[in-house]
Write a protein that binds this ligand. Structure first.
Ligand code: UT7
Length: 329
């Protein structure tokens, strides 16, 4: 049986960092940011005591409530993140503790901006195989913890937030996650979008801090080129493999990195602007959070109906990218 999404939820912190705020901090301006990225503001989790697990906990509680489930019913929790609270234990174990999911096993998965899709694809296999009945998949990042707010090339792009879903066996055949194509290209991706410090290659030292190695580095232009091509290619591949057309796709749910990448993907698919969701203007790039936040917004606005055809797609560090076809249950 296919895996179907049976609940969605999102959490965005209240703190707002606007383009005007950034103008005061950096040599940038609202007009440049909006025309190059589509972003006007992002959310920031300002409380230093709160980390990614807090965002996940808020998402997890809502998911259980919306589905009318207890935490004990969960078989597995997967958290997609590149900003875990700590290198270990996994943030998924912290979420298990927060909600008291005593019967679940839990692990993190890191595929940066493609993390949620990679995690959703992984989780769906546990349902399809019959191993599990109830899986929670969360994508969340506290990007403000790894952003250098003196670097205008990255500081403007990212925000904090997350979302998630519950996956269960579809009630009827032909619904749920019907296809997925996932890709990685470490050869071309590994040098263009990365955080050098904090891992086993450059453990934290005074030197790594002085050299600002604990922040994101991105060659934006290189990543942009690959993102446009790869996200459009995988979205079209998903359409072709599944007999989807511009007419019968209900929603394109793309990773939210840059409005220009989203629009280019929609254009290649031949779909019009009323069929893709874009909230990058309000939240910036929340990395593993973007796709589940989009799903939760569509759900909250009653824009998902039984039989709606969704194409999800993402591109991120690694490089990693992927596409998925979901027929909404
Ligand atoms: O989700 C993970 C994947 N990440 C992405 O998908 C991000 C992909 N990349 C992008 O979205 C874009 O490349 C950026 C938005 C990051 C940058 O846009 P761009 O059109 O590629 O600009 P650029 O990096 O080529 O820079 C153009 C100019 C440069 O000046 P010169 O060298 O032409 O004089 C930059 O120094 O804009 C300058 N610039 C800025 N100016 C004002 C770069 N950042 C800023 C800024 N404000 N914040």
């Amino acid at each position: 049986m296919n895996a179907a999404i049976t609940a969605t939820a999102k959490y965005l912190p209240d703190g707002i960092l606007s383009n005007l705020d950034l103008e005061r901090m950096l040599d940038t301006n609202d007009e440049w940011i909006r025309t190059r990225t589509g972003i006007s503001e992002r959310r920031i989790l300002r409380d230093p005591e709160k980390a990614t697990s807090y965002i996940c906990g808020e998402v997890a509680r809502q998911l259980l409530e919306k589905r009318g489930m207890t935490a004990d019913e969960l078989d597995l929790i997967i958290v997609a993140t590149m900003t875990p609270d700590m290198l270990f234990p996994s943030t998924a174990c912290l979420v298990q503790d927060i909600i008291g999911a005593r019967n679940a096993w839990a692990f993190d998965l890191n595929a940066a901006c493609s993390g949620f899709l990679f995690a959703l694809n992984t989780a769906s296999r546990f349902i399809e195989s019959g191993a599990h009945k109830k899986v929670m998949v969360i994508g969340a990042d506290k990007m403000s913890s790894v952003i250098d707010y003196t670097d205008r090339s990255t500081a403007i792009l990212f925000g904090d937030g997350g979302g998630g879903v519950i996956l269960e066996p579809a009630a009827e055949e032909g619904y749920g996650i019907l296809d997925a194509r996932m890709y990685s290209d470490g050869t071309n991706g590994k040098d263009h979008l990365l955080m050098k410090g904090g891992g086993s290659r450059h453990p934290a030292t005074h030197k790594t801090v002085d050299e600002r190695l604990h922040y994101i580095y991105q060659d934006g232009r290189m990543v942009f080129k690959s993102a446009v091509t790869s996200m459009a290619n995988v979205a079209v591949e998903i359409m072709e493999r599944n007999g989807l057309t511009a007419e019968n796709v209900s929603w394109l749910v793309p990773h939210q990195a840059n409005q220009r990448i989203i629009s280019a993907t929609a254009e290649r698919m031949g779909i019009s602007s009323e069929k893709f969701i874009s909230n990058v203007g309000r939240y910036g790039n929340t990395t593993a959070g973007t796709i589940p936040i989009c799903l939760a917004e569509l759900d909250e606005e009653n824009k998902l109906h039984p039989g709606s055809n969704l194409v999800l797609c993402s591109f991120g560090a690694g490089y990693t990218w992927g596409g998925m076809y979901v027929k909404w249950q």
